[in-house]
Design a protein around this ligand. Structure first.
Ligand code: GLN
Length: 485
């Protein structure tokens, strides 16, 4: 078997037994990238030389007797996460040649763990989107069907994991961007609690919901990666000093007595009946393991998308102000007559249409006279959504929903309809607004394409998230299916 197909735990055993080296692993991944990424288009930049060097360093550390879950394990990072010495473009023309002076905290932590950065992956420009079609460079394809989107905005990371270009990938999740592509590509996608991992070095989108996340082949691999990247960081005041669990070693075998709520609003006629059937079958598997299932209702959940699409553009309009043609990236120099003209023409030329749409929406929602009606109202609704989800999680240990109402759609099918694109986030934006951890795992196939189930738990209760999903994966084979690619 080619080594790029291994999970992290499988590779770990082989590395520790001295059967393979990190260099072998990295070479197989690079080979795979060379072989298929011209068609898949998941990577924006491959750091071949650096990766080979880092692999040799990891091998030297292993030889010296050092151990560690991620030592020598190759991964890919979404290109809105800063990597020192390697371009970070956010898939925008604005940052086409930007090289960050420092690593994001999550990258620094992975570097210390000895993980090897292989490549930077494609995304919707500045992570604004749900299909990767908004990338300023090219659209990533879904490895299960090249005519379809991989989901987004971490579409490059999800496609890369599904097609075995790496052993795991980092994404970011602001309103579903790890979970949605995980569902479309048939991999595990973890959005940790808000504050569980540092946002330092993530290119800010919606600072009040942004989190780094993990795309992996199994849930237990996500548990390994989360331990390595989580924790308090002095560079991010929203990371509390709450102990990081030993999630992998503490994976529980027993779900007996846990309770799960099925949110009825998420199983209505807007959702593809085939998706409902598969998620309900998955629920039966959990029931057989001793989980008590009950229907529940979250009436405010219908406001998640409208609320998210006021708050997100508002924060974007403010966060994007730094891209002014002076401090970072693209600057229009020809034919400019004043400073205001530099701002105007640099932003007009460097930013894509969806980014501009959000800046305008957000600026409007925050403007004098409209702020109370839009932004403030959305903040109030957000509190209601959060309170409702928190209280449901007092009653239940976890909630189950489909991750997406349907399977991956065709490239171009929805790109002219922003509203339809925003509705993609219908099941995933709630947990983001409430700061809750959530995970998408494969739970079957419809028309040959993967379907994902979402599990949501209390803030900082990632262990339950892993326990539930790990036991589900032990009882099923969906996560082991590979695209024929
Ligand atoms: N689809 C959502 C949006 O476009 C999610 C983006 C994200 O999580 N980065 O805003």
């Amino acid at each position: 078997m080619s080594l790029n197909r291994l999970t992290i735990s499988e590779a770990r055993d082989k590395l520790d037994a001295g059967e393979i080296s990190s260099l072998d692993l990295v070479q197989d991944c690079l080979e795979r990238i060379k072989e298929i990424d011209e068609r898949l288009r998941s990577c924006l930049e491959v750091c071949q030389e650096k990766a080979l060097l880092e692999a040799k360093e990891a091998d030297a550390r292993i030889k010296k007797g050092e151990t560690g879950a991620l030592l020598g394990i190759p991964y890919i990072a979404k290109d809105n996460i800063l990597t020192k010495g390697v371009k970070t473009t956010a898939a925008s023309k604005m940052l086409e040649n930007y090289i960050a002076p420092t690593d994001a905290t999550v990258i620094k932590k992975l570097r210390h763990s000895g993980a090897v950065l292989l490549a930077k992956s494609n995304l919707d420009e500045f992570a604004h989107g749900a299909s990767t079609e908004n990338s300023a460079f090219f659209t990533t394809r879904n490895p299960w069907d090249l005519e379809r989107v991989p989901g987004g905005s971490s579409g490059g990371s999800a496609a890369a994991v599904a097609a075995d270009l790496c052993l795991f990938a980092l994404g970011t999740d602001t309103g579903g961007s790890v979970r949605a592509p995980a569902s479309f590509c048939g991999v595990s996608g973890l959005k940790p609690s808000y504050g569980r991992c540092s946002r330092f070095g993530l290119i800010a989108m919606t600072s009040s919901t942004d989190v780094p996340g993990v795309l992996s082949k199994t849930v237990s691999d996500s548990a390994l990666v989360l331990k390595a990247v989580a924790g308090r960081d002095e560079y991010d005041a929203t990371t509390p000093d709450i102990e990081v669990g030993d999630y992998y070693n503490n994976l529980g075998e027993d779900l007996q007595g846990l309770t799960a709520g099925l949110t009825q609003e998420y199983f209505d006629d807007q959702t593809d009946p085939e998706v409902i059937k598969l998620v309900k079958t998955a629920v039966n598997v959990l029931e057989e393991k001793g989980v008590k299932i009950k229907e529940t209702s979250l009436p405010y959940s219908k406001y998640s998308v409208p609320t998210y699409y006021i708050i997100t553009p508002s924060e974007i309009s403010s966060n994007m102000a730094r891209f002014d043609g002076i401090r970072y990236g693209f600057r229009k120099e020809q034919g400019v007559s004043s400073l205001a003209d530099v701002y105007h023409k640099s932003r007009a030329g460097g930013l894509g249409p969806e980014v501009k749409r959000r800046i305008m929406l957000g600026t409007y929602a925050l403007s004098a006279g409209y702020r109370d009606a839009y932004y403030l109202q959305a903040q109030k609704t957000r509190t209601k959504i959060k309170e409702e989800m928190d209280s449901a999680l007092e009653e239940f240990d976890f909630l189950i929903t489909p991750t997406s109402p349907h399977i991956a759609f065709k490239i171009g099918e929805q790109s002219d309809d922003p509203l339809q694109m925003y509705l993609e986030d219908i099941f995933v934006s709630g947990a983001s607004l409430a700061g809750l951890p959530a995970l998408s795992i494969p739970c079957g196939f419809s028309q040959g394409l993967p379907v994902g189930m979402q599990v949501i738990v209390k803030r900082f209760d990632e262990q339950t998230l892993f326990d539930v999903s790990y036991n589900y994966q032990k009882a099923t084979q969906w996560h082991l299916q590979k695209p024929d690619f």
